[in-house]
Design a protein around this ligand. Sequence first.
Ligand code: OGA
Ligand code: MN
Length: 287
Amino acid sequence: MTHTVTPSMTIEPLNPAIGARVSGLQLKDGLSDAQRDAVLAALLRHHVLFFEGQDLSPASQRAVAARFGPLHIHPIYPHVADVPEIIILDTSLDNPPDNDNWHTDVTFLAEPAMGALLAAKQLPPSGGDTLWASGVAAWNALSDPWKRMLAGLHAEHDILKSFPAWRFARTPEEKLRWDKARADHPPRLHPVVRTHPVSGHQGLFVNDGFTTRIVELHPSESDAVLKQLFAHVSKPEFTVRWRWKLGDVAFWDNRLTQHYATSDYLPARRVMHRATVMGDAPFFRPA
Ligand code: OGA
Ligand code: MN
């Protein structure tokens, strides 16, 4: 059901677990405090929001994202000239996609991103959809014995799992940047079950992109449990799939979601711009 939030802004849920279309806002015009608060409230409820018919330059994308907090500058991905906060994801046969796995952004940081704003700049004739999954819905669907086992455990998140040398350190110039990224980002431990710092919801916080092991388990146990959790979180019931049009912008809460960029469009090219809002240190508070 669509409902009106401020005189101009409406929110249409896409399914019960995750995703909503927001209309009535032109992001390039900036957000009033009331609009920003309404967007944040919708984000907490729906986890990922879609804004259509937008026209964001890199500078205006940075300005909108910065209304939600300080922005992160990625250690490896390229950025727009003069706008280092805007990552360029420009994929084609020459630079094949690397986001075709379920991941939460930058969980190799001690304080992973709170959210990200992604804008479609150039799209393939077909394909290139992105899916998001709700870690809250995935957690809620687990049995009580699994929940009891997982609560309080910690997992390691490693930048090298998604940014391996064979792909990101191929030239001397890349190798310098990659060496620095690795040195600046040692593996981090985060709770396997995270409590959302604002909503208080609990959700699964392990992702195939960066999570290497659950440190309290034997390695073979950790492998088996992670394999199960990675498969579980992507059940269609916990996900929403977005078919991009030019002018679309997605804003997701990166604290209890994962996403997957479908890699089905080569040899066509696809260009996206991302701004990443910094977050806080994950914690687990028992219910
Ligand atoms: C990202 C990402 C998905 C996509 O920007 O973090 O994973 O569909 N992008 O490009
Ligand atoms: Mn991503």
